[in-house]
Design a protein around this ligand. Structure first.
Ligand code: AKB
Length: 321
């Protein structure tokens, strides 16, 4: 891949998380690892592919500022966030962690200290008073979860800073993300990651989401491609300044289990829904993303069966099976 040049360096928060792990690697490949500074709250960072690593609790805004200055950061991928399951248990922490650092980075962009921000929103912004299927870009947003409220507020802040100060902040509403490199943590869609580990390790899985509850999902390779397509798109082509819908695919636990059974015929699944079922019930089952396709050529490479094949192949190697 041809290496791109950047006028300043790139900072990633939450770099050891599910998205951050893969985005750090991809950005290091594209821009050169010396241009990528990975940060996360964790001390250990053995497999960090970026050129630099700094321990950062993203709520420590003084430290964040000193890292921005030290490395001449111009682009921020601000990924650190509490996800839906964890946020429901810690509403106040979720509000502080999911909003304060976003506002901090938006203000740095307003003051022209940094040039561009990526911030992830989620399908959690959707809630009641809309159809379950093919939810469009512009619909009433009525989240019923703490996480959804933080993501909706964040989207509105992004739009406000764009409208008022011309801040170049870009965002997508990620569906559930499925990947094998780093585990998911604290989300409602995490069952769709755990199921693959358990299929390989135990041949069976107990799902905390009920068998027919479909949610929008996406393989991580497609999510990383979409993120970079959006960040590289010419500013003038973008028409959404809250957050772009990403549809990916839509499936229920029963359908994912059937996809795994094509590869592991003896795999068994049963269902014990927990508090996350109510969160899943409040979300759409599928998302429509024609605006992203039109504005910045969003496209996907993986359907459910292609994802299952790739997940199982890579996880078997990772788990030594
Ligand atoms: C979660 O389940 O909380 C996340 C999300 C859909 O944003 N994966």
């Amino acid at each position: 891949m041809k290496m791109e040049t950047v006028t300043g360096r790139i900072l990633i928060t939450g770099a050891l998380g599910q998205i951050g792990t893969e985005l750090s690697a991809k950005l290091s490949e594209i821009y050169g690892k010396d241009n990528v500074i990975a940060t996360d709250i964790r001390e250990e960072h053995d497999n960090n592919p970026a050129g630099y690593y700094e321990v950062l609790d993203v709520m420590d805004l003084e430290k964040a500022k000193s890292i921005i200055e030290k490395y001449n950061i111009k682009i921020v991928y601000h990924l650190a966030s509490l996800l839906s399951g964890t946020a429901e248990k810690n509403p106040q922490l979720a509000w502080k962690l999911n909003i304060d650092p976003l506002l901090f980075f938006l203000n740095l962009a307003k003051d022209k200290t940094i040039d561009q921000i990526f911030w992830p929103s989620s399908i959690a912004v959707f809630g009641r008073e809309i159809p379950k299927q093919n939810v469009g870009q512009e619909v009433p947003l009525n989240p019923s979860t703490v996480y959804g409220i933080t993501k909706l507020a964040g989207e509105k802040w992004c739009e406000y800073y764009f409208n008022k100060y011309g801040v170049d902040v870009r965002s997508v509403r990620y569906p559930g993300l499925i990947s094998w490199k780093a585990p998911a943590g604290g989300g409602t869609t995490d069952y769709a990651v755990e199921i693959y580990y358990k299929a390989i390790e135990d041949g069976k899985y107990t799902s905390f989401i009920s068998e027919n509850t479909a949610m929008p999902m996406m393989y991580m390779d497609d999510a990383i491609d979409a993120t970079l397509q959006l960040m590289h798109a010419p500013k003038e082509t973008l028409t959404v300044h809250t957050s772009y819908n990403l549809g990916g695919m839509s499936f229920a636990p029963k359908e994912l289990a059937a996809s795994i059974q094509k590869e592991i015929p003896d795999f068994q699944i049963n269902y014990e829904p927990d508090f996350r079922q109510a969160i899943a019930d409040s979300w759409p089952s599928s998302i429509e993303d024609t605006v992203a396709k039109k504005d910045w050529n969003l496209s996907y490479r993986f359907d459910m069966d292609a994802m299952t094949k790739d997940m199982l192949k890579n996880l078997k190697v990772k788990l030594g099976k």
